[in-house]
Write a protein that binds this ligand. Structure first.
Ligand SMILES: *Cc1c(COP(=O)(O)O)cnc(C)c1O
Length: 487
């Protein structure tokens, strides 16, 4: 292999040349502006992006690692936290911190629970947290990082946390119960009051993951939609995570972790006093923290205000209702469970939903694949107001195409673990996995282009452990320059 070409340029290039190259690279990304993507980007309009970008730019250089150097950031951050806590049922006591995202907020909640248990439940040797199956993988990550055992409990027929099963899973080592408002896969809200009272009954903690719902449900409620209790107004809820970079429309890198009491939050904080560099104190995982994301969150919250968020939520819900009506009108097609807001999954009674996903991808739509049950995921934003008619037209056509191709009756349930899991991966990964799986047996070098066809090649990977290793290989390769990543 030749010497890799990629290195720091010896001489700098012009600003226009650099920016032109960045813009050119962006051309190949998914086109979320056109409303053809249903994940990853939360967008409330050009004006909202503009205020976030300008605020970010103003505080581009500032570092929230040391708030005493930047009283501005300290004020902005405390106001963001207080506004968020107030929206989520705090009557004044709730405290919290800003973090880089939902994952960091959840890591903090689990670490705090662990350290709370070390201090106040010394007989717990091997702490356990109980997760409904639909809880976000960030809890699993936290358990992995902090040496806590994650206990998984199936959800019920409505895709809600099953409180009876949670109760049965509680042991003397249990320190934390988790519920989501809503859970990401199907947009279903867990029965938070029942989970929280179960936790209170056992004097353990209860975290509500409102990462995707925390900046939407309060506005839905004030618009008059029925929203079940899910926040600090529910007794027994001890912590909550809420992402500002989702339906808060802040710049990416903004979430809030909240605790019912300062005593509980204290277990989150970190200080080291013996360092030659001085006394080092830090509330969350990160050291240096970007001032820009704090300023952008504050700016968007002040720019939109209660009425602005309500207006956007109303528009998103109108689109969601229109989509749901259109989906229900396609025979066999349905929304999974009973989602309260604008996050949902669609499934088909008879046809292979992944094949329908392939057909939609051919028409330029980006929908994530899910398992248990096989479904396609949708997060609705205002960009979808203008694309939803076309979406429904294409969904009808895609469904008809799959039907005409012999129906391709839902095969997913017949697939063993790996083959099912393999069908969930983005197509580029499937292609590489398929090549990898067939490389040893003199398989095709190009491979089929359609993912539904590629899955057939996946049988060569015998079990889920192999799949884990194969996916890890790909994760490693993602950070290598493309000419060096083994194809
Ligand atoms: C997005 C999300 C998370 C994780 O947040 P990141 O910002 O991606 O780290 C956790 N829980 C739920 C319910 C989410 O929707």
């Amino acid at each position: 292999m030749s010497e890799p070409e990629i290195r720091l340029p010896a001489e700098g290039r012009s600003q226009s040349e650099v920016l032109a190259q960045l813009r050119q690279l962006q051309q190949h990304d998914v086109n979320w502006h056109a409303g053809k993507v249903f994940s990853l980007v939360f967008y409330a309009g050009q004006d909202v992006s503009a205020i976030a970008q300008q605020a970010y730019g103003l505080f581009f250089a500032e570092n929230a690692l040391n708030p005493s150097a930047f009283p501005s950031l300290r004020q902005l951050e405390t106001e963001v936290i207080a506004m968020t806590a107030r929206l989520l049922g705090s009557s004044g006591q709730v405290v919290g911190n800003m973090t880089s995202g939902g994952t960091e907020s959840i890591l903090m909640a689990v670490k705090t629970a662990r350290d709370w248990a070390r201090a106040s439940r010394p007989r717990v040797r091997h702490p356990e947290i109980i997760l409904p199956a639909t809880a976000h993988p960030a809890f699993e990550k936290a358990a992995h990082y902090f040496d806590v055992k994650a206990v998984h409990v199936p959800v019920d027929a409505n895709f809600q946390a099953d409180v009876g099963k949670l109760r049965k899973a509680i042991t003397r080592n249990t320190i934390l119960l988790v519920g989501s408002a809503p859970a990401y896969p199907h947009g279903v809200i867990d029965p938070i009051p029942a989970i929280a009272s179960l936790a209170a009954e056992h004097t353990i903690l209860c975290h509500v993951d409102a990462c995707v719902g925390g900046f939407f449900l309060p506005f839905l409620r004030s618009l008059g939609h029925p929203v079940p209790p899910f926040d600090f107004a529910v007794p027994g809820v001890t912590s909550m995570s809420v992402d500002l970079h989702k339906y808060g429309y802040a710049a990416k890198g903004a979430s809030v972790i909240l605790y019912r009491t300062p005593e509980l939050r204290r277990h989150q904080l970190f200080v080291y006093t013996d360092w030659p560099g001085g006394i080092y104190a830090s509330p969350t995982m990160t050291g240096t923290r970007p001032g820009g994301s704090i300023a952008a969150a504050w700016a968007v919250m002040h720019y939109l205000g209660q009425s602005g968020y309500e207006r956007i939520a109303a528009e998103v819900m109108r689109s969601t209702a229109a989509l749901r009506a259109g989906i229900a009108a396609i025979p066999g097609m349905q929304v999974v469970g009973d989602p309260v807001m604008s996050v949902l999954a669609i499934a088909h009674d008879d046809l292979d939903i992944y094949a329908i996903g392939d057909e939609m991808a051919q028409r330029g739509w980006h929908l994530d694949r899910q398992q248990s049950p096989p479904s396609l995921h949708m997060t609705i934003n205002v960009v979808h107001t203008t694309s939803l008619e076309l979406f429904l037209t294409d969904l009808r056509a895609a469904t008809a195409t799959v039907q005409a191709a012999g129906g391709r009756r839902k095969t997913a349930l017949k697939h063993a673990g790996v083959r099912l899991a393999a069908r969930l991966l983005p197509r580029v990964l499937i292609r590489r996995l398929a090549r990898r799986a067939t490389a040893g047996v003199g398989g095709a070098s190009g491979g089929p282009e359609r993912s539904a066809a590629m899955y057939g090649m996946m049988g060569a990977l015998p079990n889920r452990a192999d799949l884990n290793e194969a996916v890890l290989d790909i994760v490693e390769q993602f950070t290598l320059p493309q000419d060096r990543a083994a194809e």
